[in-house]
Design a protein around this ligand. Structure first.
Ligand code: PMP
Length: 285
């Protein structure tokens, strides 16, 4: 099936979808992005994703290049043209094309806007969730503002590759105090001995995940308690359960960390229930 992308105002066949060599997103990672889940052809949590997009843009001193409603139309159009029933849309907005110079170009060029979409293999994701995944820890060597969803993902790519080379699916970043910050592309959670859900507070050291924020509502409905605090890698090794959250994986149980078995080595009841419940609390546009 042919694929389409939206590039700076035009829907193009994938092979013609290109950006300029002096695009600042390409040269400096001077761009931010969002990834939304598509389910039964609907965007999941569009409002929250666009809220976060506006926060990211504001943090890098850009603004929305079109209205939220127009952007929503483009996201849905790209999903529809690519016939995505179950998958994701990717949106990237950058400072545009200018002579290579760190300082912001003046006058401000038109921002670069790119939207792509692709299908995800739902059966494969469900099979992974049924078995649980392995993660490995890596030092968190990222910059101090990872709450901005910037396309500067080199540390994340290196961490993910390290995980794969060790037979794991995800890497967990560990800060200087020995606490887990988050995954290479997901937020990190554990279930403590007292059956509380522990996840780090969404400050500048993690990305405030949309799935994470939806889960806050789902957890409450389950009568569970969340403790927002850092947790040490050692605490994670000894946790009852562990899992990660992201828009494309929803709630994904973790059954091994650095080769150590978590709980009884199977996805736990809390993560399994939250995965089942997730879409009751997520909004579908
Ligand atoms: N942290 C990082 C570093 C990520 O890349 C992602 C995925 N976008 C997340 C957390 C999870 O965020 P969300 O639930 O919004 O997908």
């Amino acid at each position: 099936m042919s694929r389409y992308a939206y590039v700076n105002g035009r829907y193009l066949p994938f092979r013609d979808a290109k950006v300029h060599v002096e695009d600042r997103g390409y040269q400096f990672a001077d761009a931010v992005y969002e990834v939304c889940e598509v389910r039964a052809g609907h965007l999941i949590d569009e409002r929250r994703h666009l809220d976060r997009l506006e926060r990211s843009l504001h943090a890098i001193r850009l603004s929305l290049p079109m209205s939220r409603a127009a952007l929503g139309v483009v996201l849905r159009e790209v999903a529809a043209r690519n016939r995505i029933r179950f998958g994701m849309v990717y949106l990237q907005i950058g400072r545009g094309v200018a002579r290579r110079d760190l300082a912001f170009p003046m006058p401000q060029p038109a921002p670069s806007v790119v939207v792509t979409a692709r299908a995800l293999n739902r059966a494969r994701l469900d099979a992974l969730a049924a078995a649980g995944i392995a993660v490995v820890s890596v030092p968190d060597n990222r910059w101090g503002r990872v709450d901005i969803k910037s396309v500067g993902l080199l540390p994340n790519a290196l961490a993910r590759q390290a995980a794969i080379e060790q037979g794991a699916r995800e890497a967990w970043f560990i800060d200087k105090s020995g606490a887990v910050t988050e995954g290479a592309s997901a937020n990190a959670w554990i279930v403590s001995g007292e059956s509380k859900l522990v996840t780090r507070r969404a400050d500048h050291a993690i990305l405030g995940g949309i799935t994470r924020s939806v889960l806050f509502e789902a957890v409450e409905a389950q009568g569970l308690v969340i403790e927002e605090r850092p947790f040490a890698l050692e605490e994670a090794y000894a946790a009852r359960e562990a899992f990660i959250t992201s828009a494309t994986q929803n709630v994904m149980p973790v059954v091994r960390i650095d080769g150590r078995t978590i709980g009884d080595g199977k996805p736990g009841p809390v993560a399994t229930a939250l995965r089942r419940e997730f879409h009751r609390f997520a909004e579908s546009s």
